[in-house]
Design a binder for this molecule. Structure first.
Ligand code: GDP
Ligand code: MG
Length: 295
């Protein structure tokens, strides 16, 4: 088993496989990505899901998570793969990721795509920074990605027994209510300080939600043209693959090619319309000119 783990670690240049409980390959994959602003509790949530401390998580003035990382576990017949992310979604984070290397790593690690995107936010603190992070998420994965998102509140202990649905219904934070609506009403709350059976029960709640979302899409992960490229290149030499995914992201991100083609089509249609109108006007004007002609 140990030898197998080493081989797996060597294969994967960027992530971490928690290989001791590595399942047989026939188990279906349940891919999850943790996204949201720095300090919301993404890494702590990842550790709760995995059932052990896999990702560094603590309160700090500077971001603790510096790079994307992958952790895995078995749960209810699924092979769960969790991708933790550093600050990829704020304006500063994106500026710092010049060349899109970290965003490219995120794509390669989570290829062929997530079944659920976990939008992590701290209970009672959905701020402008969280909204900016949501915009960053849309930009990185494409506008349709929220159809696969679950809003995960950390600090569940502050709910004092109430449900996260009740909390969302009662909040006067309109941006949060709008986000939850866009995510199909999927919400979950975790107390990441919980341990043992309580931690496992909370993880089970969240994983059941993610598994239901996967089933609703016939177990197919969320995908876009960058994921398709990443999946193709995942088996290739890591640096070569990373470079090509980064180039694709730097060129404008998912859907760019299709959007670009759509824009040109609209321009051509407008030009064609203008030409037709011009011809029509010419034809209408020529008999009128003939009528007033002295001959
Ligand atoms: N009390 C409490 N603290 C939490 C919870 N989740 C995360 N934290 C704390 O919030 C801080 C930031 O968490 P971290 O996982 O590093 O956030 P990240 O930057 O989004 O990955 C850490 O000190 C965590 O212990 C929670 O459910 N309850
Ligand atoms: Mg973190």
């Amino acid at each position: 088993m140990g030898g197998r783990k080493m081989a797996r670690d060597e294969e994967n240049a960027y992530g971490r496989e928690d290989g001791d409980d590595a399942p047989p390959a026939r188990e279906p994959r349940l891919g999850l990505i943790l996204v949201g602003r720095t300090g919301a509790g993404k890494s702590a949530t990842g550790n709760s899901i995995l059932g052990h401390r896999s990702f560094p998580s603590r309160l700090a003035a500077a971001p603790v998570t510096r790079t994307c990382a992958l952790g895995s576990r078995r749960w209810a017949g699924w092979r769960v793969e969790v991708t933790d992310t550093p600050d990829l979604f704020s304006a500063e984070g994106r500026r710092a990721d010049r060349g899109c290397a970290e965003r490219g790593r995120c794509y390669l690690l989570s290829a062929p795509g997530p079944h659920a995107l976990l939008l992590v936010t701290q209970l009672g603190r959905f701020t402008a920074q969280d909204e900016q992070a949501v915009r960053g998420v849309r930009e990185l994965f494409g506008p349709g990605v929220l159809a696969r998102a679950v809003v995960v509140f950390t600090r569940r202990e502050d709910l004092a027994g109430a449900s996260p649905h009740d909390y969302v219904r009662a909040t006067d934070n309109r941006a949060l209510r709008a986000l939850v609506a866009e995510c199909g009403g999927r919400v979950c709350a975790l107390d990441n300080r919980a341990e043992g059976a309580e931690r496992e029960a909370q993880a089970g709640e969240l994983l059941a939600l993610a598994a239901r979302l996967a089933r609703e899409h016939a177990d197919a992960p969320f995908t876009n043209d960058v994921y398709r490229l990443a999946a193709e290149l995942r088996g290739a030499a890591p640096d070569g693959g990373l470079r090509r995914v980064c180039e694709r992201l730097a060129a404008g991100g998912p859907g760019r090619g299709r959007r670009g083609r759509g824009r040109w089509r609209r321009v051509l249609l407008l030009l064609g319309g203008a030409l037709l109108l011009g011809l029509l006007l010419c034809r209408l004007r020529s008999p009128a000119l003939q009528e007033i002609s002295p001959d």
